[in-house]
Design a protein around this ligand. Structure first.
Ligand code: ATP
Ligand code: MG
Length: 270
């Protein structure tokens, strides 16, 4: 959906990509509980043996995300989408491979990670802005935009532990999109909030996607993904299964799971 002029497109082709993912694999190591029989537990304790299970969440993924483009990542639960996003945001180092990111990144990975529930909405927003490198004056201007967008003015001086989950996600979304990042990473945030806020956040995303920001979106909402993204990647058990024009990738994906592409419920919940 990006609206680059022809000359901007030409520049984008020659410019280095905003994000380059090179042969990235990510493996989680998890200590297993094992079966809870007393004898088994005791004998393992005696042998001091720990059972470690490896989960290869992302396998040999390579991607280039051109500056100003919108990439969508789709895939079944557990396919590795959030893991890849965490790696692109710099939170999680890849087990092997390289990730290069050029620009200031704003992430909305798990909603509101970084918010401290003991603090008020106002305190969290201000701290978040300062941590993101905004000056006090910039933050004051931004603060009002963020609150206006989230429409929760009257709750801003209450501790966030008193927020409903919808209010919490409204504020998280509003902070992420109003920070004017070069690169925006958004995992599963298009379908939060009530119908009114869903519409509003979709419109805001459409505006950002059109405005030459580099954006990576993860969502199960196929209809939104088709409308917002320039390119889609289907991640399947950690590997890229298909990549290209949104319609094409969605068709392959929905066919694979034998869901009706026009089925509203399937589009939002696949
Ligand atoms: N912190 C973790 N420790 C161990 N394993 C993890 C961890 N986070 C994710 N995994 C595993 O990695 C795999 C990929 O998980 P991930 O959260 O990236 O999937 P996803 O595509 O985002 O799924 P969803 O659509 O449900 O959000 C899964 O098998 C999951 O169990
Ligand atoms: Mg996820």
């Amino acid at each position: 959906m990006s609206s680059l002029s022809v000359s901007e497109q030409a520049a984008a082709v020659t410019a280095p990509p905003a994000i380059r993912v090179e042969d990235v694999s990510i493996t989680y190591q998890t200590a297993l509980q094992g079966r809870q029989t007393l004898i088994g537990t005791l004998s393992r304790m005696r042998r001091r043996k720990r059972i470690v299970k490896e989960i290869k969440a992302v396998r040999n993924v390579s991607l280039e995300i051109p500056r100003g483009s919108v990439l969508g990542i789709i895939g079944a639960n557990g396919a590795g989408k959030s893991t890849l996003m965490r790696a692109m945001s710099g939170i999680l180092p890849p087990t092997s491979g390289r990730i290069e990111v050029k620009g200031r990144v704003s992430t909305l990975l798990a909603l509101g990670v970084g918010f401290d529930r003991k603090l008020t909405g106002r305190q969290n927003v201000v701290l978040g802005g300062l941590a993101a490198g905004l000056s006090r004056e910039q933050m004051e201007r931004k603060y009002q935009e963020i609150v206006d967008f989230a429409e929760i003015e009257e709750f801003m001086d209450m501790p966030m532990r008193t927020y409903s989950s919808g209010m919490y996600s409204r504020l998280a979304f509003s902070v992420a999109v109003n920070m004017e990042p070069d690169i925006l990473l958004i995992d599963e945030a298009l379908s939060t909030g009530d119908a009114h806020f869903k519409r509003k956040s979709f419109d805001k995303m459409a505006e950002l996607c059109a405005a030459a920001h580099t954006i990576v979106l993860v969502s199960h909402a196929m209809r939104s993904m088709r409308q917002l993204c320039d390119e889609l990647v289907w991640l399947d058990k950690g590997q890229i299964r298909a990549q290209g024009k949104p319609e094409k990738v969605i068709r392959r994906y929905t066919r694979h799971f034998a869901v009706d592409e026009d089925d509203e419920a399937a589009q939002e919940d696949v």
